[in-house]
Design a protein around this ligand. Structure first.
Ligand SMILES: [Zn+2]
Ligand SMILES: [Zn+2]
Length: 368
């Protein structure tokens, strides 16, 4: 048994409450990690507010820390290693066996079930009652976590664990979609809808890839200013202009070769598709309510030969993608650290409120 301090959500929409918890020893396929810092993502708040079946639970899925103990089946990582914690996967299904674990057959249950596949949890509260954990294989809003071994990504010794956690979700989703899914080539054009952490990392990656027309679309002037610093060549506020028209205008009437939709708003997906030049590709990474399709303009998409592609986690294979993105950051090519605002773990509710208001781009909690 290990004792830790974790932020527990007990009722839908309720506050994160710091509680002393007990964690079981890691099972053969698990790793006990001392968390140094954890990013906060909108998905954490979505689950806090709208997944009552998962509660009570410890959330958090952008953890970074130091390995304390490894299960008997774990290879390639040892106590003392610095690690980033990314999304989990089963390791057995066709997608996992062919290196496409972002689309693991069991991914939804492993991410959102807040328990192990056998239904058990590793965490109990002060009264000995079970608390949901293994959220995204990790539940990183706490000082220690028993983590699914396939979520654990060993990092080089020079990694800064205070900032590395967001590589696990927001950064790899944004940069990975542009670099590995859209494969934006030098001299190309791209429009990025939304300038949160995913959209802004997409813009950094588009500049890195050599795109020469990078159009940022967002309502907030402050976010557009950030987008410009990271490489956006055109800034579009949908409060002022019709973004589709503005994008056509910026591209000599043709539209962009690539669109990246990060807001999850169906009408914005429509705009993203409509902003494409013929044979263009739109990738989207956010979603509205389940079942909501978004209005894809069928005739236009067909006659212009457009591709619309849903993407999870930038198609990443975390053990390969995350160290590569860290290396780009280390060379000054992916300055995602500038999106981060640090909070202490006991400031977690303020971090969540600031993120929901859009006052901060990427909150990262520092553990005591
Ligand atoms: Zn996330
Ligand atoms: Zn799988």
């Amino acid at each position: 048994m290990t004792t830790g301090l974790s932020a527990v959500v007990r009722e839908p929409g309720g506050a994160f409450r710091l509680e002393e918890v007990q964690l079981e020893e890691p099972r053969p396929d698990e790793v006990l990690v001392e968390i140094v810092a954890s990013g906060m993502c909108h998905t954490d708040l979505l689950v806090r507010d709208s997944r009552p079946a998962s509660l009570p639970a410890v959330l958090g899925h952008e953890g970074a820390g130091v390995v304390r103990e490894v299960g008997s089946d774990i290879r390639g990582v040892a106590p003392g290693d610095k690690v980033v914690l990314s999304f989990p996967s089963c390791g057995d299904c066709l997608r996992c066996r062919t290196g496409r674990s972002a689309y693991c057959d069991s991914i939804a249950a492993l991410k959102f079930g807040c328990r192990r596949p056998d239904g058990s949890v590793a965490t109990t509260d002060g009264a000995g009652r079970p608390v949901g954990d293994h959220f995204f294989g990790q539940s990183s809003f706490g000082t220690v976590a028993v983590v699914n071994g396939r979520s654990v990504v060993p990092m080089p010794e020079d990694v800064d664990l205070r900032i590395a956690g967001p590589l696990a979700c927001g950064v790899q989703t944004g940069a990975g979609t542009v670099l590995d899914v859209l494969r934006v080539p030098p001299g190309s054009s791209i429009a990025v809808f939304g300038a949160g952490s995913v959209g802004l990392c997409g813009i950094m990656a588009a500049r890195l890839a050599g795109a020469t027309t990078i159009i940022a679309v967002n309502r907030r002037a402050s976010r557009l200013a950030l987008a410009a610093e990271f490489g956006a060549t055109h800034l579009v506020s949908p409060l002022d202009v019709d973004p589709v028209e503005a994008i056509r205008e910026a591209t000599g009437g043709r539209g962009v070769e690539f669109a990246f939709e990060t807001t999850g708003v169906p009408e914005v997906l429509t705009q993203a598709v409509r902003s494409l030049d013929s044979l263009g590709t739109c990738a989207y990474v956010g979603t509205a309510a389940p079942g909501e399709l978004g209005g894809i303009p069928m005739l236009e998409a067909m006659t212009k030969g457009l591709t619309v592609r849903g993407v999870l986690q930038g198609d990443s294979t975390p053990s390969r993608t995350i160290p590569r993105l860290w290396d780009l950051h280390r060379r000054g090519l992916l300055p995602f650290d500038r999106l981060i605002t640090h909070y202490r773990l006991d400031e977690i509710n303020r971090a969540a409120a600031d993120a929901e208001r859009g006052d901060v781009v990427k909150p990262v909690l520092l553990m005591p």
